[in-house]
Design a binder for this molecule. Structure first.
Ligand SMILES: [Zn+2]
Length: 80
């Protein structure tokens, strides 16, 4: 079962369509049951869609890193 930390770790891969089917299903199941991650997911997806203009292509490394650290900060702030 995916926990919140795993969920956020895999989020950008999920949004890029890089996750395999099983992980994607687990992530979706977690998002359905976890409001906190759902909110972050929706926000991140909007950000990515804005950035990508709706097209699907891999994020550049610097964007991916920024996304990851932003997610981590968000998550740690909620936990604190
Ligand atoms: Zn969660």
């Amino acid at each position: 079962m995916v926990n919140c930390k795993d969920c956020l770790k895999d989020l950008s891969e999920y949004l890029e369509g890089c996750l395999d089917d099983e992980l994607r299903r687990e992530l979706q199941a977690h998002l359905n049951g976890c409001h906190h991650c759902k909110v972050i997911f929706d926000t991140t997806r909007k950000t990515v869609e804005l950035y990508c203009d709706g097209r699907v292509f891999p994020l550049p490394d610097n964007v991916r890193l920024r996304l990851h650290s932003a997610l981590r900060r968000r998550w740690e702030k909620k936990r604190a």
